[in-house]
Design a protein around this ligand. Structure first.
Ligand SMILES: [Zn+2]
Length: 490
């Protein structure tokens, strides 16, 4: 399956504009979940239309985890929780995103996404339901729609850029794909509210409320993850309300005895994780020094030395430290390289320059005058099109005319280095997997790990299992183990 798609890149970019155009008038409505009056910029039908558009973008950009059974399971639990919420009539959808970061997020209109990374970290169905209930709370209380509409209002002032300048805007990750608005930070008040709404749905569906504080402990413990993540982690988008765990525990202590217990489904949940992909999936691309390998699409490419390599579903890019020079690989529009080149130069504002070498051509883009009346220097670049595995790829490098001399040599070495990947050492790599193992006698996770070593650190394994490494676990406990090797490091 093709992971890169320029078509969907364009689609997701347009999504933000289209959704912005949906804003018509402000209205004051009564929020069903909170009972408060709230100034709302977006009516429910618009909210749903917006959600559908974002859903297309999210699915294209992050991809869904290819496990039908798991998707259905998440969908069922989500629907049970949403059915007892204040907005049961929304077209709720719950999806597992194929990403290793630990996060969950909601799109207005009732679209909720859980990463496979967060699923790997839960230790019961009740814990899963806790986070799903929390995200449902962000939707029922209309936090997501308010947050996104505020961000869009801010964007509207910028004006609509031409396709060309849109494409050559400086970017740093997701913001440029029009999906950045999905990862704005909620306020601590919104978080507290989503916590209590989530608890309400958890109780109404009969789950054990005591599992809820455990989840938030895990998320705190997981904390900031090192390295480049495609998606922000939970901590970055869900600021912790003060005393979150203590507040939840207090809430629980005041519940009547019949609500103090409920469904946990620990073993049943854990068994569903057996064999699940864990951590980054190198088949979707990984870097060794400044070389990028994509085993699934069988190509490799060298990027300029010490540049950051950004690997997204729709593009692979090398970005210099100052973030003003780029080498970008994407799928191109068109059936042939010639057709793709024609489409590229048909864009408004792009001037065709002379040929650089076979299959590559220089170009120049005149930037728009900004709000203060300044016109930045033109953008200079080189573009080429290649056929590989039945797809047309576009190779492009560009920077400002001011910095062209500084970077052109490095960029010129990079562009033609796009080649078929044949070396089995880099081609034959696989993602790590979760394995669920039953303890045959009581032991600590530390002892277990000595007998059945995981290929992640013991600390991380302890967080994954929701225990301390030295804690003695009874015989028969199901334990998570991570197997599989890292891709080559050189
Ligand atoms: Zn939240």
């Amino acid at each position: 399956m093709s992971r890169l798609s320029l078509k969907s890149l364009i689609a997701s970019g347009k999504t933000a504009l289209a959704a912005g155009a949906l804003i018509v008038a402000a209205a004051c409505t009564l929020n069903p979940a909170t009972g408060r009056r709230q100034l709302s910029l977006i009516g429910e039908q618009q909210e749903i239309a917006m959600g559908l558009q974002y859903d297309k973008g999210v699915t294209a950009e992050f991809g869904l985890y290819p496990d039908e059974e798991l998707q259905k399971y998440i969908q069922d639990i989500g629907h049970r929780l949403a059915a007892v919420s204040e907005r049961p009539h929304l077209p709720w959808q719950f999806k597992v995103v194929d990403d290793d970061t630990v996060n969950a997020f909601a799109v207005p209109g009732g679209f909720i996404y859980m990463t496979r990374g967060i699923l790997a970290h839960f230790n019961s169905e009740a814990q899963l339901a806790t986070v799903m209930g929390h995200e449902i709370g962000h939707v029922t209380a209309r936090h997501s729609v308010e947050q996104i509409s505020r961000a869009q209002l801010a964007q509207l002032g910028v004006g609509i850029a031409t396709v060309a300048s849109e494409e050559f805007r400086k970017y740093s990750g997701l913001a440029d794909l029009g999906l950045g608005v999905l990862f704005l930070k909620f306020s601590r008040d919104d978080e507290s509210q989503a916590d209590s709404l989530g608890m309400r749905y958890l109780l109404r569906t009969g789950y054990d409320p005591h599992e809820a504080p455990r989840v938030f402990e895990m998320l705190e413990r997981h904390g900031q993850v090192q390295g480049q993540a495609r998606l922000p982690e939970w901590q970055a988008t869900h600021p912790s309300p003060d005393r979150r765990v203590a507040n939840l525990e207090e809430m629980i202590s005041q519940l009547p005895p019949e609500q103090q217990e409920g469904t946990i489904k620990r073993n049943e949940y854990l068994r569903r994780l057996d064999g699940m992909t864990f951590g980054k999936d190198p088949r979707q691309g990984y870097s060794v020094a400044s070389t990028f390998y994509h085993p699934d699409m069988a190509f490799r490419m060298d990027f300029p030395k010490d540049w950051r390599i950004v690997n997204q579903r729709q593009l692979v890019a090398g970005v210099n430290k100052d973030q003003n020079a780029f080498v970008v690989l994407t799928l191109a529009q068109g059936e042939t390289p010639q057709e793709a080149e024609r489409a590229f130069f048909a864009q408004e504002g792009i001037r065709k320059g002379p040929q650089w070498r076979k299959g590559f051509r220089h170009f120049e883009v005149t930037p728009q005058t900004d709000a203060t009346g300044n016109t930045p220097p033109p953008i200079r670049g080189t573009v080429g099109f290649r056929t590989h595995e039945g797809h047309v790829f576009r190779l492009i490098c560009y920077t400002s005319a001011d910095t062209w001399k500084t970077y052109s040599n490095a960029m010129y070495r990079s562009l033609p280095s796009f080649k078929r990947l044949k070396d089995p050492r880099y081609l034959d790599v696989h993602a790590k997997k979760l394995k669920i193992v039953k303890l045959t006698r009581k032991m600590s996770l530390e002892q277990f790990n000595r007998q059945n070593p995981s290929t992640i650190e013991l600390d991380a394994l302890a967080v994954l299992n929701g225990v301390e490494a030295s804690e003695v676990l009874p015989k028969g406990t199901l334990v998570k183990r991570v197997v599989g090797k890292d891709p080559p490091k050189n």
